[in-house]
Design a protein around this ligand. Structure first.
Ligand code: NIG
Ligand code: FE
Length: 430
C-alpha cells in the first residue's frame, strides 16, 4: 500500500473530532477540535493516529525512517475537503451565455429558449464516453489542486437513458481511476426535455417506470436528485420521482427553492431527503422542517454569485439549527468553478457564516450530505487518510487572505497527490 505518511507539527490541526454520527448544528458548527502542533500518522490509506507532535513522535519514533514525512510547521491542516454537489460530468462550456446574462438575459430565459441545461445536454449527448471521461478527469485534477478529496457528481445532461447511462458510467470510471472519490447521483429530472414540453407528466412516467429502475439495477447511483423549480418540476412531480427512487434504493436529494420559493425545503423534509440544496428562496416553515428532520442544507454561494442573485441566508439557517454544508455546484451554466475554498470565502462574506463554520460546512457536514461521515470529513483514527494542508497558520487567515489558492499539500487515501501546490505526478491517461 506504499509508505506511511507522517504529517508533522501543524500550527493548527483541525480534527472535527466526534462529529461522525450526526451533522454539526448551531454552536456545534464552531467546535473544530483544534490541536496546536498537531500531527497525523497515516498508513495503509487510513489514519492510524492523531495528536500532539511530541506524542506521535514518541509513538512512531522507530518507524519514522521508513515514512514519508510532511512538515506542516506554520501550516493549517484540515480533513480533505468534501464537495457534496457537482455536475462534474459534462461536455463544453457556456461563456456566450455568461455574456448574454451580463447584458441582461436571465438564466431561465436562456434555458427556456433552448440554451442553458439544454445546450450542455446537446454537447454531452454528442461526446463519446472517452471525451467525457477526459474532460471530467481534468476537472477532477483541478478539484484536487483546490484541496478537494471527495466529489459528488450528478448526471442530468442526457435526460434519456443512453446519455444518462454514459454520464453515470463515466463517473464510475472516474471513481476507479482518479485519486478523488466520486459519489454518484442520478439526476434525470434536471430539466423537461423539449419533446415533453407539453406533457411533462409523460417524462416523469418515463423516469419512474423505466429509467430509475435501470439505474438501480445497474447500481449506477446512490442518490436521486430533482430540479424542483417553477417552470421545471413541480413539488408533486418531484415527490413522485424521489419516492420512486427510494423504493429502488436511491436516497433523495433535491435542488430546492433556487430561483423562486416553491416549497422545496418542505418537500425535502417530507420525503426524508438526505439534503436540500440551494435554498435561496426557502420558506421559514421549510427551513424549520429541515432543522427538525436533520436534512442537510447544502449551500452553493458560487451559484448566487455567478447568477448575480442574493445569496441564501446561511446565517439564519445555522441559527435555526439546519445542518449547513457548502459546495461549488460545479457546472457549466450557473457555477463553473472547482474552488471550494472560494465558496467558503463567499459563505463568510455573502451569507454571514464564520470562518469556523465554513470549515465544518466543507468537511464533516458535507460528508454527512453524501452519507460518508463515518469514513471521511474529520481527522480521526480509522477514517480515510484524506488530508488537506494550507499555507496559512490559522483557519481565520484562510478566509481573510481571499482570492488566492492556499493549497500546499493534499493527501488522498494516504498518498501525497499534491505537493507545493502542484500535482505530484501527471494525473492523466494520455
Ligand atoms: O444547480 N439548477 C439546476 N442545475 C444546475 C445548473 C446546471 C446548468 O446550468 O447547466 C444548478 O444550478
Ligand atoms: Fe446543481
Amino acid at each position: 500500500m506504499g509508505k506511511a505518511v507522517f504529517i508533522r507539527n501543524a500550527a493548527q490541526l483541525i480534527t472535527l473530532k466526534g462529529s461522525s454520527t450526526a451533522p454539526l448544528v448551531k454552536e456545534g458548527m464552531s467546535e473544530l477540535g483544534i490541536i496546536k502542533n498537531g500531527s497525523v500518522w497515516v498508513e495503509d490509506g487510513i489514519i492510524q493516529a492523531v495528536g500532539k507532535d511530541e506524542v506521535l513522535f514518541e509513538k512512531f519514533a522507530v518507524r519514522i525512517e521508513q515514512a514519508e514525512v510532511v512538515d506542516a510547521t506554520g501550516k493549517l491542516v484540515t480533513p480533505g475537503l468534501v464537495d457534496p454537489h457537482t455536475h462534474l460530468v459534462f461536455a463544453g462550456s457556456r461563456e456566450t451565455e455568461f455574456n448574454m446574462r451580463l447584458k441582461g438575459a436571465t438564466y431561465m430565459e436562456i434555458m427556456n429558449a433552448g440554451g442553458g441545461i439544454h445546450a450542455t445536454t446537446k454537447r454531452t449527448k454528442l461526446a463519446t464516453h472517452d471525451e467525457l471521461f477526459q474532460e471530467s478527469f481534468e476537472r477532477l485534477n483541478q478539484f484536487l489542486l483546490h484541496g478537494v478529496t471527495t466529489v459528488e457528481a450528478k448526471s442530468g445532461y442526457g435526460m434519456e437513458w443512453e446519455t444518462e447511462r454514459k454520464q453515470l458510467e463515466v463517473a464510475k470510471q472516474l471513481n476507479e481511476l482518479h485519486p478523488i472519490d466520486v459519489v454518484s447521483t442520478f439526476m434525470g429530472a434536471h430539466a423537461v426535455p423539449k419533446e415533453y414540453k407539453d406533457n411533462p407528466d409523460d417524462f416523469v412516467k418515463l423516469l419512474v417506470k423505466e429509467i430509475i429502475p435501470k439505474v438501480s439495477e445497474l447500481r449506477l447511483a446512490e442518490f436521486n436528485d430533482v430540479f424542483c423549480e417553477k417552470g421545471v418540476f413541480t413539488p408533486e412531480q418531484a415527490r413522485t420521482i424521489l419516492e420512486t427512487g427510494k423504493v429502488y434504493g436511491l436516497t433523495a436529494k433535491i435542488h430546492a427553492d433556487e430561483i423562486e420559493p416553491f416549497e422545496g425545503a418542505e418537500l425535502a423534509a417530507k420525503v426524508g431527503a438526505i439534503s436540500a440544496d440551494h435554498l435561496l428562496k426557502a420558506s421559514e416553515k421549510g427551513l424549520r422542517a429541515m432543522a427538525e428532520k436533520g436534512v442537510v442544507g447544502v449551500l452553493l454561494p458560487g451559484t448566487a454569485y455567478f447568477l448575480m442573485a442574493e445569496s441564501a441566508n446561511g446565517r439564519h439557517m445555522v441559527d435555526l439549527g439546519v445542518p449547513v454544508a457548502l459546495s461549488t455546484d460545479c457546472n457549466p451554466g450557473s457555477s463553473p468553478t472547482v474552488s471550494l475554498p472560494f465558496m467558503m470565502n463567499l459563505a463568510c462574506l455573502k451569507m454571514g457564516l464564520t470562518p469556523a463554520e465554513v470549515i465544518t460546512a466543507a468537511t464533516i457536514n458535507a460528508a454527512h450530505a453524501i452519507g460518508r461521515a463515518s469514513i471521511i470529513g474529520s481527522l480521526e483514527e480509522r477514517k480515510k487518510g484524506d488530508v488537506t494542508i494550507f499555507n496559512v497558520e490559522n483557519y481565520m487567515k484562510l478566509q481573510y487572505l481571499y482570492g488566492v489558492n492556499h493549497i500546499d499539500t493534499v493527501i488522498k487515501n494516504g498518498r501525497v497527490v499534491v505537493k507545493g501546490g502542484r500535482l505530484v505526478e501527471k494525473l492523466s491517461l494520455s
